[in-house]
Design a protein around this ligand. Sequence first.
Ligand SMILES: C[S@@+](CC[C@H](N)C(=O)[O-])C[C@H]1O[C@@H](n2cnc3c(N)ncnc32)[C@H](O)[C@@H]1O
Length: 392
Amino acid sequence: MENTFTLVAKTLPGFEELLAEELAALGAENINVLYRAVSFDADKALMYKANYCLRTALRILKPVMTFVARNELMLYKKIFEIKWHEIFGIEETFAIDAVVSGNYFTHSQYAALKVKDAIADEFRQKYGARPSVDTENPDLRINLHIENEKVTLSFDSSGDSLHKRGYRKAVDKAPMNEVLAAGLIKLTGWKGDKNFVDCMCGSATIPIEAAMLAMNIPAGYFRENYGFMKWHDFDEKLWKEIRQAADDEICDCDYEIMASDHSAKAVQIAKSNIQGAHLSHDITLLQQDMFEMTPPEAPGILLINPPYGERLEEKDIVNLYKSIGNTLKRNFKGYEAWVISSNIEVLKLIGLKPSKKIEVYNGSLDCRFYKFEIFDGSYKDMKIKKAENNIE
Ligand SMILES: C[S@@+](CC[C@H](N)C(=O)[O-])C[C@H]1O[C@@H](n2cnc3c(N)ncnc32)[C@H](O)[C@@H]1O
């Protein structure tokens, strides 16, 4: 590739391999799996494509400088040496995101402040004035990563986090991060090749991400802004071509995607988000109790994010998870059911043996994502069927 540079795509813990697979599918080379991140080689076109298409990336950073610093003064001096006035204008705004680890720097906010001062002073030296900081919507978002004495300064090509897809108009209690939802769907292996149900859909994040995945709708289809658009080398023509090429891949989903919730308020919110994603014709939305529902015909995938119990009484949460188990056994025969919860004790009350257990995080909550195979027929029949098909 000509004009190649390294990019670092950040993700949630546990999603690194999924992100590496997505990058490989986009044609990225030199892919390296890191902790909560994946690095890869890219040119400008791939940088635009990655921002537009990746479902499991949170942001895509372009490292511009690495150096050694063991204290704030060393950090300040190195940053001050950069000709910032040639990178962005005094009338433009900037922001610093900082992550520090190791013994030399212990306060990320303080390190960010030093970098901000060095940038402001470089401008002041040149023009006698400095650009303003805007943490919400800056023209240039700068990422500072310090691990022990190794400092990496990057420009954030995404700007706002990529989980902000642009379709979510409202949220109910405990809405799921869109990147988490997309990653969970990918972990189930579903590719739009059978029916899909989320019968505890809340704001409908999971069914919307499922429909976008099945229909090849780029993750950023509804989003208007990316950090790279404000960079001085922004190539609008190339960006439009990249968008168009990805949009040309959008297709229909041949299977049913069902979203439901027992709460009228949640269904109202789900409706406005589904409309925001222009998916009203592609997602069946119903207000119903999971314990009374009839799902679409098997085979299918069920993915639910039930309440974890923080706001519920002990007896209610116990009953909830027991009822989920009973409902799965009774009504979801032939389905693969996936349940995410931070409440590992009550997950056991589902009363089925998980065939997969995956550790994931929902925000700061350490969660388990369990797969239950709901066999149509007896366990013995299933064993015979699997043996006949040579399945482990
Ligand atoms: C943690 S929230 C789901 C959040 C959702 N994943 C999102 O992104 O907004 C759990 C949802 O389960 C719903 N729920 C709880 N018990 C239910 C039941 N018996 N039947 C259907 N929905 C139920 C709640 O109304 C709530 O919307």
